[in-house]
Design a protein around this ligand. Structure first.
Ligand code: F6R
Length: 357
């Protein structure tokens, strides 16, 4: 039940710190270290390449998962949109493991890939929020998100849970493979949970930003580099689906290859700056759009922030920034939708589980 909340989406965004803490508990072994089921770990270690299959927000989580497995565990990963995979099947490695990321566990586009992959006899793992769902039952293995039921059509806490569970899975695999990781993921996830809480506690700032930037806009851009680019895609999807504002996420460096032609006087451009290595580059992109009349909103992480940034979010481990940087984007979308009197929990033309291909 949504209780005193006006919308499920708001309730579910508020639950995000708790969801991360639940994941830490759920994946804690007897000795207190993070762990996953031994059979799943074996399947991950046996694979020479992971193929992540997902749709929508879950696909965006998959893009981040690729970085986790490649950077922490050194396992190559491909991420595919499930509806494209059927007729666009890539050449497979010798020992692939297929990972299906799906909040509902019922998405038809993802299921048809699972059916095909099972026919081919390859091992499969579903990461889902719904125990007993179709994709959970039909895959060899399941990892649960522990996010609790997600009712709002726009996915928020499930995305954060997907990113966290992917981090745990990659980290545990890396450790089992003897990779010397220099951080304690459990601790870093706890810091991220606190970081999300800080943002949630100052929601009114996001309401102001939504009013300032999006009250009358027809379109908006989200830009970032590296992992921030993937979060930009998710921020744009959230805004589109609940506020109906045309929005796109772009890699900062791609703007000059075409998109910058769309910038007009006052076009809102949300720029994520959480990665030190690309901080100067993305700030350069912000200058480029500002010089053409855009209205930029820089959302920077503490430690890489500068005077004039519109919002500074708490500092977390550089791999875990999506967990916190997505939250202001979710809240901005929420308030933009409210300002426009949209049905936040049940946007037009959308269903919570998409059970048609
Ligand atoms: C966006 C959203 C959708 C879903 C997509 C996949 O907010 O909810 O893009 O992420 O339909 O659904 P699942 O994860 O249930 O397979």
């Amino acid at each position: 039940e949504k209780g005193t909340y006006p919308h499920y989406m708001l309730k579910e965004m508020d639950e995000q710190p708790t969801v991360i803490r639940k994941i830490i508990q759920a994946y804690e072994g007897e000795n207190g270290d993070l762990t996953i089921d031994a059979n799943i770990l074996e399947a991950l270690r046996a694979a020479d390449r992971l193929y992540i299959i997902a749709a929508g927000t879950s696909y965006h989580a998959g893009l981040i998962g690729k970085q986790y497995f490649e950077k922490m565990a050194g396992i190559p990963v491909e991420v595919h949109i499930s509806s494209e995979f059927g007729y666009n099947m890539p050449l497979l490695s010798e020992k692939p493991l297929f990972i299906f990321i799906t909040q509902s566990g019922e998405t038809a586009d993802s299921r048809q890939v699972l059916v095909k992959i099972k026919e081919l006899g390859y091992p499969t793992l579903t990461i889902t929020n719904v125990p007993g769902s179709t994709l959970s039952r039909e895959a060899d293995h399941t990892l649960l998100l522990h996010a609790g039921p997600e009712i709002a059509v726009a996915s928020t806490k499930a995305y954060v849970a997907q990113v966290a569970v992917l981090a745990v899975t990659a980290y545990v695999t890396a450790k089992a493979n003897g990779k010397g990781l220099e951080f304690d993921l459990k601790q870093e996830l706890a810091i991220a949970a606190n970081g999300i809480q800080t943002i949630i506690d100052s929601k009114d700032v996001l309401e102001d930003i939504a009013e300032d930037y999006l009250k009358i806009s027809r379109n908006a851009f989200f830009i970032g580099r590296n992992i921030d680019f993937y979060v930009s895609l998710e921020g744009a999807l959230k805004l589109k689906e609940i506020s109906y504002i045309q929005a796109e996420g772009f890699a900062g460096g791609e703007l000059k290859h075409g998109t910058i032609a769309l910038i007009e006087e006052g076009t809102p451009v949300f720029a994520l700056v959480t990665q030190e290595a690309v901080g100067l580059n993305i700030r350069g992109n912000v200058k480029e759009v500002a010089a053409r009349g855009a209205y930029p909103c820089i959302i920077a992480m503490a430690g890489v922030d500068e005077d004039g940034d519109r919002l500074v979010i708490p500092q977390v481990h550089e791999l875990l920034t999506p967990l916190v940087s997505v939250v202001p984007l979710q809240l901005i979308s929420y308030y933009a939708a409210l300002h426009r009197r949209c049905d936040v929990d049940k946007p037009r033309n959308l269903a919570k589980s998409v059970t048609v291909e």
